[in-house]
Write a new protein. Structure first.
Length: 230
């Protein structure tokens, strides 16, 4: 099948580089021009603006975790801007006020610790999070150089501004068309994906399904894009 002109922009997660999407983007790129975005800014609002500047009107956007939240807020800010939005392990936000307040407290506490820690300490702590429990050691190790390339102070700034407790939820402003992908083992995000609608669950996948099962995620994205962009 011949390539088409619609662009696909891949948006990385909190401590990722754009290259985390490389395996998926390579597959999708056989049909759609694909760009893996590397951010140069360190607050949530600036990253939303950076995505809007990088993605041409009519592009499709694919975001993982924080990258998915950035994509949702960009789409809410400029309705109709994107031809489609695809999420992997992402949420439109926290609605309960008490839960929001607790999340702000926890994220601010972690950010304050990050500012005092070395990048090696930050990455070691990050990689102990439960979301990495479904990833084989070699996959975690392959992502480690990208994480180590960051400045802890900048990461702390991003964490504070991007805390789901601080961001207004956008459940009532979801873009269309939209697909919500979640790994089967990532139970919380399976529930979120099903609530979003048009949910696709990756069997045996965890939170970072695009890293754990890139061929499967790429196939799902191509199917979604062919339906709405092809």
């Amino acid at each position: 099948m011949a390539p088409v002109s619609a662009e696909v922009v891949f948006v990385p997660g909190f401590m990722q580089l754009g290259s985390a999407w490389e395996a998926v983007a390579r597959e999708v790129g056989e049909r759609y021009p694909s760009t893996c975005l590397d951010f140069s800014t360190w607050t949530f609002e600036k990253r939303v603006a950076e995505l809007l500047a990088a993605a041409q009107p009519g592009a499709a956007v694919v975001g993982y975790s924080l990258g998915g939240r950035i994509a949702l807020h960009a789409a809410a800010r400029e309705p109709g801007r994107f031809a489609g939005v695809a999420l992997v392990g992402a949420t439109p936000g926290i609605e309960d006020p008490a839960e929001r307040a607790e999340r702000v407290r926890a994220d601010d506490e972690l950010a304050a610790w990050m500012e005092r820690a070395s990048i090696e300490e930050v990455v070691d702590r990050w990689e102990r999070l439960s979301v990495f429990g479904t990833q084989p050691p070699e996959l975690v190790a392959a992502q480690r150089p990208g994480r180590l390339s960051h400045d802890p102070v900048r990461l702390a700034s991003l964490l504070r501004s991007a805390s789901p407790g601080r961001l207004e939820p956008v459940w009532d402003r979801l873009p269309s068309p939209l697909i919500a992908i979640a790994g089967e083992l990532d139970e919380r995000y399976v529930q979120i994906a099903r609530r979003i609608g048009n949910a696709v669950i990756v069997p045996g996948g965890g939170h970072a399904a695009h890293l754990e099962q890139p061929e499967r995620v790429a196939a799902l994205l191509r199917e979604f894009l062919d339906e709405h962009l092809g």
